[in-house]
Design a protein around this ligand. Sequence first.
Ligand code: ADP
Ligand code: MG
Length: 265
Amino acid sequence: MTMTLVEGGPATLEAREVSAWFGDHLVLDRVSLTMPAGRVTALIGPSGCGKSTFLRTLNRMHELVGGAKLAGEVLLDERDVYAPDRRVTDARRHIGMVFQKPNPFPAMSVYDNVLAGLRLTGTRVSRRAKDALVEECLSKAGLWREVSGRLRQPGGALSGGQQQRLCIARALAVRPRVLLMDEPCSALDPTSTRRIEETIAELAAEVTVVIVTHNMQQAARVSHQCAFFLAEQGRPGVIVEHGGTEEMFSRPRDPRTLDYVNGRF
Ligand code: ADP
Ligand code: MG
């Protein structure tokens, strides 16, 4: 049987007063942020201020990796991601994730890597639809031209930058409504980084993007809005300031934001 893939389109993700603890240690204190549909939101701030922890609250990743204890609400188009009747796999299907270190299944073919998420979600697709989906997702990830003749090769045979784009293609194949990216270019060379930035700009029309980055130029290039996270000495992470990217970089309201975007800490 062939099932039509669910077409969602970008959704608005809203965090309301999200707090997170590791044991007794409060690492995020009532963080609220709206990540509008079809826009790119960049999360910036020094290491250890809770950006990754926050990102993982958005798609219930903490439940998978034995992570933080949480409070607050996360809404996907106004529906509670943590609703008791909403399965965790459902949240992750709609809210995809790409990590710092590219993690394709190394022994699995490029082709099967793209489709791997469909197996996990139990979506069944005809052979021809699979071929079309693989081409579509690899094209969107900016990789099709490079790998169209290598679809049967193992994912692990690609370069690091290609592997990361393969992971983006894999994330897109289940048609997520939001894509979370945790420093997706930190492990990559400048050319691959540039390609991924181009991809992100094109993706925003069909998926809401939330990207953590330490690269201020990257944040300025790819995002529509920015949120500046900070955990001051001995305190939990908070959002000091958020707003339109242009404004945040040219006229930040908080002196700590100004120092950070100018590389002063
Ligand atoms: P960032 O991504 O901004 O660098 P993180 O979200 O990784 O920050 O970390 C925020 C805080 O939570 C840090 O103090 C970090 O040490 C702590 N932390 C992160 N992951 C864990 C964990 N699995 N167990 C305990 N503490 C953690
Ligand atoms: Mg991090």
